[in-house]
Ligand binder design. Structure first.
Ligand code: HEM
Length: 476
């Protein structure tokens, strides 16, 4: 087993002042924590005029996101303001009736039952990348951008049945990168307790990046409508024809674009970031890489993967699970209490902010052995039984759990299996890797890595696959 501790921002010895914490958090949310935060359980702090609560143990997460979800289903104002220009009232940031109606419309679109049709498209898109990389032996690519263009392409093809194309995929990927650069995760006005109607300043740069993304989405919708064949049964047709479950009215064009923006954004950026982290992690852990190759060779023997291979790609899946633990693409899940609650004898007043922070929870010193080390073996079936589902929440948990979890897991494993069979990526030695988070957690400044065709080695023993096991994605 490799004993590799991948990078994380320095942790402070003592808790900083509130103002200093906010300044640090605004630049990089991951850099605002002191060492002791990785041992906290349920804690309360008063930030300016707001009560804030941190749920940092499995019981507290279960209380907030599962048992009392109705009281904490509203996303915190910071997150709503950060994403509203891009997603409007889309599912990701809505709550109450709007959320319930939209979830009923959007969730079936990416439901696990559609995976058999999606899987083939995912592999085809990954094979195209493979074809391109074969011609780029030795070249240095930015793996973060490569992964994001691949996953944006997959979302477009699976949902719209259309190729997005390199130019449009690049517009989306760059637009979203810019958006993250210009937006502030920590909205100080909300922490000061100022109400929702108080105007928030949003720079012109943010609106420019939003326009860039919306232009592509509107183009995709328009060209789908223009080229649609009479008998075409595309997945997106379901969304275009969706009706309000109560009034039976069709979704208005803005709501439609918002939900498509949610699917594009939630559906490409998260998987892309985690794929990029996997490439980095395996490049630094030779034994892990060797075991991965051995599994891919044994299960696939050189052919492309398919959905039915997933139950046998146990080690590949464990690597991905471990990457999501160390670098959860959504490292903070902030909520606002919509009514008074009480937990462990502590009152949580309406309007307080409540945080589940996968970045802390996934590296909690009492929940994980060697919490900062990269050890995929902890997620193998024989050792993962003790992991509480409320301690490991890269996809969140409870009624607001990621609607595309099975889609994302399937996509990542299939793309990784297709590409890692044939290539090794090596980190540019001049590049210093550091995780950064504004909206999502990504490697700061991208991930420059060189492409090398893989030299097959003598097979070594791999963890036994689970004969007859059901698909781990369906199990999830
Ligand atoms: C590795 C991949 C992914 C990760 C780690 C991930 C993570 C998450 C998380 C943590 C949330 C909840 C955020 C919160 O509660 O504040 C979420 C929500 C969501 N995700 Fe994902 N996601 C992934 C892939 C996808 C994909 C591929 C899709 C669609 C194709 C998708 C669609 C959504 C949607 C629609 C929501 C909003 C659900 C709701 O609020 O009801 N995600 N995701």
């Amino acid at each position: 087993m490799d004993e590799f501790i991948p990078p994380y921002p320095p942790r402070m010895a003592k808790p900083p002042s509130t103002v200093r914490r906010l300044i640090l958090g605004r630049r990089n949310f991951l850099a605002m924590w002191e060492e002791a935060a990785f041992e906290l359980e349920f804690s309360h702090a008063r930030m300016f005029m707001r009560d804030t609560f941190l749920c940092n143990d499995p019981d507290a997460v279960q209380f907030a996101f599962s048992q009392k979800n109705a009281s904490f289903e509203r996303k915190a104002p910071q997150m709503r303001y950060a994403l509203e220009p891009l997603l409007g009232d889309g599912l990701f940031i809505s709550d109450g009736d709007t959320w319930r109606k939209r979830r009923r419309i959007v969730a079936p679109i990416v439901h696990v039952s559609r995976l058999s049709a999606f899987a083939q498209i995912m592999v085809e898109a990954a094979e195209e990348v493979r074809g391109r990389w074969l011609k780029q032996e030795g070249a240095v690519i930015d793996v973060l951008t490569e992964s994001a263009t691949l996953t944006a392409e997959i979302i477009c093809r699976t949902l719209f049945g259309r190729k997005l194309g390199h130019e449009h995929a690049r517009e989306i990927v760059e637009g979203f990168s810019d958006y993250q650069r210009f937006i502030g995760q920590i909205d100080v006005l909300s922490l000061l307790g100022l109400p929702d109607w108080f105007p928030r300043w949003q720079g012109r740069a943010i609106h420019r990046s939003v326009r860039r993304i919306h232009d592509v989405l509107e183009h995709v919708i328009a060209s789908y409508r223009a080229q649609k064949k009479a008998d075409e049964d595309s997945v997106i047709e379901q969304l275009l024809n969706a009706r309000d479950p109560e009034t039976d009215e069709p979704l208005d064009p803005e709501a439609l674009r918002n939900e498509i923006a949610v699917l594009f954004m939630a559906g490409h950026e998260t998987t892309a970031n985690s794929l990029a982290w996997v490439w980095y992690l395996i490049s630094q852990a030779p034994k892990t890489l060797e075991k991965l190759h051995a599994e891919l060779d044994k299960v696939l023997g050189g052919r492309s993967p398919q959905l039915s291979d997933l139950p046998n790609l146990v080690y590949t899946r464990a690597i991905f699970d471990e990457a999501l633990r160390l670098y959860p693409p959504v490292p903070i899940l902030p909520r606002e209490a919509v009514r008074d609650e009480e937990y462990r004898g502590i009152r949580i007043p309406k309007g307080s902010l409540l945080f589940v922070v996968p970045w802390l929870l996934h590296r909690h010193k009492r929940l994980w052995e060697k919490p900062d080390s990269f050890i995929p073996e902890r997620f193998l079936p024989q050792s993962s039984a003790g992991i509480s589902k409320f301690a490991y929440v890269p996809f969140s948990i409870g009624p607001r759990i990621c609607a595309g979890m099975s889609f994302g897991l399937t996509e990542a494993i299939l793309c990784l299996a297709t590409l890692a069979q044939k290539f090794e990526l090596r980190l540019d030695p001049r590049h210093r890797v550091q995780p950064v988070c504004r909206l999502t957690l990504r490697p700061e400044g991208g991930l420059p890595m060189s492409i090398h065709a893989r030299v097959p080695k003598k097979p070594i023993s791999v963890p036994p696959s689970r004969p007859g096991a059901s698909c781990p994605v369906h199990d999830a």
